[in-house]
Design a protein around this ligand. Sequence first.
Ligand SMILES: [Zn+2]
Length: 216
Amino acid sequence: MSRGVFIDHYAALELKPGAPPEEVRRAFRRLAKTHHPDKSGDALRFHEIYTAYRLLTEPVARVSYDKQYILFKRAELWNARRKSIPVSRMIIPTTVAALARRGLLRPKFRGKDRRFHLKVDYDMELPLLEEEFQMPLLVPVPVTIRNLCPECSGSDSHCGVCGGKGSYKSGGVFKLQLDGGLTHGQIIEISLHGVRPAPASYYKKRKIRIKISRAS
Ligand SMILES: [Zn+2]
């Protein structure tokens, strides 16, 4: 199914999934009467009907198609049930306020030093409602993006747009899909190696650890 769009051949022939070959032939003959290009039908629609008919009446091809069909329908259902989590739900334990409280806003103190002192081995926490542990979720993960300077592409140390830095930071969101079956305390690690938000930018962090917890 990674090969692009899945075609519903049963729907093309206005059939129920799993219709026997005889019904497939009957549906094809019926639809061909109105859609055949010789009878001023739409050539594209006829091609669709014909392709569906050929595949669904070819035993070997059909067995493999039916397997894919089940997976496709399952994925479709899963996606329809999927819940979008608001980005505001994400808790970042190393916020300025949290750091200030613990006196960790010292100069040259980096994020990993702070995490060490706060004893957290994750970047963000995602509190979930009871029912959400078993649901497919779409989670917006806030990320920092580095964008290559559009003016100089990082090649001019006197560039007026980036001030010679070659790039600038911006905030973004990485959409994480979770398939359910989560547990309290579980750490989910996202690898952003080789993933780019746009051709001339990259994620500042290559690895993001999200702790799943139960919302209180
Ligand atoms: Zn520049």
